[in-house]
Design a protein around this ligand. Structure first.
Ligand code: DGY
Length: 319
């Protein structure tokens, strides 16, 4: 009997065509997230699931899916999937590391620079006709070169952010559960405790995975430790940061600015107070959003799924 593959959203490129020759594919036909009730119904007979980071794959859903052998997510982050339940039920899980590392690190740098140099305010200044003459004191921002960057999470993306920081002659601090000797020897990064990183960094870049340990890690106490000139960039997951605490820190001048690719809630409503702040640049979870990267992610997710169905080892298996 052919495998029954559920695809929760059209991925870019030819991934679905490739899946077609390995089973009977059903794909959510709309250009928005799949309705959870539809996913529940489809999962009852699925043997494989190709999903997105926006799909909630919880224990209830997994328990209703009697024949499921594999989940392949088109993302590196897997916080939307109950991995413990997958382990218990013997469901293989694949994800898409490596292929998005450069694009996501580039986006961290885009936000770091944009927030530091007040690009959003500057663009509005021009568009609103405020640019009357050159002003010696208008829109002054923060330095990047020869400052200190603090990277929270020194995995692949954190290390790539660090590599780029060397080009700006920055001092590189990092906080990570375990030492990362490669980051230290290759990029001169120095491992410090979280509090020290907050105390000393001019730019704090959040690159860690969302786990029970990191959820809400950036709270009012964390912001209170930072320099009043600090810039906070989050390219990881929104709920690592307590949104109210961040809003308060940005409003009160506790920190200078922020650049967010991810938010909590996500999507953040257009009328959310964070969005209105002039010192907060918010973009809609675009870390991996280049054509080449998204196609590579779609293909790797297909490779993972096809390999698992064939009983072969998945190129990027997490469970
Ligand atoms: C991921 O893959 O987890 C990223 O957040 C996508 O940009």
């Amino acid at each position: 009997m052919r495998d029954r593959i559920i695809v929760t959203r059209q991925p870019p490129g030819r991934a679905v065509e490739r899946l077609d020759s390995h089973g009977d594919v059903w794909m959510w036909p709309h250009d928005r997230e799949i309705d959870h009730s539809v996913l529940e119904e489809k999962m009852r007979s699925a043997t494989a699931l190709y999903c997105m980071l926006t799909d909630r794959i919880d224990r209830d859903l997994l328990e209703s899916a009697g024949d499921l052998k594999v989940i392949s997510t088109m993302a590196v982050g897997v916080d939307n999937i109950d991995l413990d339940a997958c382990r218990e039920m013997g469901i293989a899980v694949g994800h898409t590391p490596e292929v998005l590392t450069d694009s996501t690190a580039d986006m961290a740098w885009t936000l770091l620079m944009a927030a530091s140099r007040r690009i959003e305010e500057a663009v509005a200044y021009v568009k609103n006709g405020q640019w009357g003459r050159w002003e010696p004191g208008a829109l002054l921002g923060l330095d990047v070169a020869r400052t200190t960057i603090g990277i929270v999470g020194m995995g692949r993306i954190g290390q790539t952010v660090a590599r780029r920081a060397r080009g700006f002659d920055m001092e590189i601090l990092y906080f990570s559960r375990s030492p990362q000797p490669h980051a230290e020897s290759e990029h001169g990064a120095v491992r410090v405790e979280f509090d020290e990183l907050l105390d000393r960094s001019d730019h704090v870049v959040i690159c860690c995975a969302l786990t029970d340990d990191t959820r809400g890690m950036f709270d009012a106490d964390a912001f209170a430790r930072m320099k009043r000139t600090a810039n906070v960039v989050n390219i990881a997951r929104g709920s690592i940061v307590n949104t109210d605490a961040l809003r308060d820190a940005l409003t009160s001048g506790q920190i200078r600015c922020a650049g967010l690719d991810v938010t909590d809630p996500e999507p953040v409503p257009a009328d959310h107070p964070l969005v209105a702040l002039p010192n907060c640049t918010v973009i809609p979870h675009l870390g991996s959003a280049t054509e080449r990267t998204r196609i590579a992610m779609a293909d790797l997710a297909a490779d993972n799924l096809i390999a698992a169905l064939a009983g072969a080892s998945m190129p990027a298996r997490i469970v």
